[in-house]
Design a protein around this ligand. Structure first.
Ligand code: F0G
Length: 361
């Protein structure tokens, strides 16, 4: 089950292993979003929809590399702490590699689709009476004790795989428009993607593939109820202070201590970027806007578009910019959030005229 040369593995020379445990991850679409582009008023807007990966999030790009490395090392049990998507991806890739998989989840704060995935792929699921950060503390200690192999974004091999998001954006944007994006706006939880994209672009500069000045400005978005990175960037700090109490409807990014902040803070600063916090209502509005362009995403993903809108309204993003928003997970990950954001069905009698009546003219 090793296919070199497709999707993520098209970039094998940029990765630490030649091939992966693969379910054909990567090669996700870069969509136009004409109504949002017009409404927000930027020169160009594309949506890099990572929800189109095999398990419905960008995590697959990391797992195809990380689980292969785990196989090579010959570890026993794979494990992660997760707000849901990492557990879904690890469960699928672990199953594919015939490895035992343990996932620690914050009780009551993981979306239904993600739980269903970990469940069906056969992971051992433990719901911890705590939040994501508590889960990560525990699984890190288990890894230190040699009980498990850690596949959170603290694992550098996972972030190597996630670099391919940046490599695809550069290629697809250039194919579609003839130029490179000025800015990439992305949701921030543990800030793994922020770090991974920056590494990808620095490697492209080092290889002479793009100019230093062409590196897109990295712009991070957090939910207002879980925004330690925004706090650090706004205050000019070099590290984050853990938020003990976090709350947001975007459960994927309900995180109080972004573990990749030491890499992500310089990534944002060096590219001239910023970080912004958005309210849950703004996230839901952006989720609806994306849906109106036919693009179905989970709440955390819509944070990118909500952040773009907010920074554009504040004048920090200008009308001449070419922007890519990263949408990290699929709508079906969180069906409850989608149902809340969308229309309600109407019950009608089993009758043609009644149906026509209820459907309106
Ligand atoms: N968007 C989604 C849909 C996510 O699932 C995550 C992280 C992020 C954004 C944040 O990405 O960490 O690179 O800044 N989810 C992790 C998980 C925490 O357990 O599934 P990041």
């Amino acid at each position: 089950d090793s296919v070199a040369g497709e999707g993520v593995w098209r970039y094998a020379p940029a990765l630490p292993v030649d091939d992966g445990v693969t379910i054909e991850e990567g090669n996700t679409p870069l969509y136009e979003a004409p109504s949002i582009e017009a409404a927000v008023d930027v020169a160009d807007l594309r949506i890099k929809h990572e929800g189109m990966n095999p398990t419905g999030s960008f995590k697959d790009r990391g797992m195809t590399v990380g689980v292969r490395v785990a196989e090579r090392i010959g570890v026993g049990r794979l494990a992660c702490a997760s707000t849901g998507n990492t557990s879904a991806a690890l469960s699928a890739y672990g199953a594919r590699a015939n490895k035992e998989t343990l996932v620690l989840l914050p009780e009551g704060n993981v979306a239904a689709g993600k739980l269903a995935q970990a469940s069906l792929h056969g992971a051992t699921m433990l719901e911890v009476e705590g939040n994501f950060d508590d889960c990560l503390d525990i699984v890190s200690e288990l890894a230190d004790r040699g009980e498990v192999y850690l596949l959170n974004s603290l694992n550098p091999f996972r972030l190597e795989g996630q670099k391919t998001i940046g490599l695809e954006i550069i290629e697809q944007f250039r194919d579609q428009t003839g130029s490179l994006p000025d800015r990439i706006v992305l949701p921030v939880g543990n800030a793994g993607n922020t770090a991974a994209l920056h590494k990808a672009f620095r490697e492209l500069v080092a290889a002479g593939a793009i100019e230093e000045a062409e590196v897109p400005t990295l712009t991070g978005v957090q939910a207002a109820g879980a925004a330690p990175m925004v706090e650090a960037i706004e205050n000019g700090w070099d590290s984050v202070t853990r938020w003990e109490d976090v709350e947001t409807r975007a459960t994927a990014i309900r995180i109080g201590e972004p573990v990749n902040a030491p890499k992500a803070i310089p990534a944002i600063r060096q590219t001239g970027g910023t970080a912004v916090a958005v309210e849950d209502e703004e996230i839901t509005a952006a989720q609806r806007e994306l849906a109106q362009d036919g693009i179905g995403v989970e709440p955390a993903s819509a944070a990118s578009v909500a952040g773009l809108r907010k920074l554009r309204e504040a004048g920090e993003i200008t009308a001449d910019e070419q922007v890519v928003c990263l949408t990290t997970g699929h709508l079906l990950k969180d069906p409850d959030a989608a149902a809340e954001a969308g229309n309600d069905p109407t019950t009608v009698p089993n009758d043609v005229d009644a149906v026509l009546d209820a459907a309106g003219d």
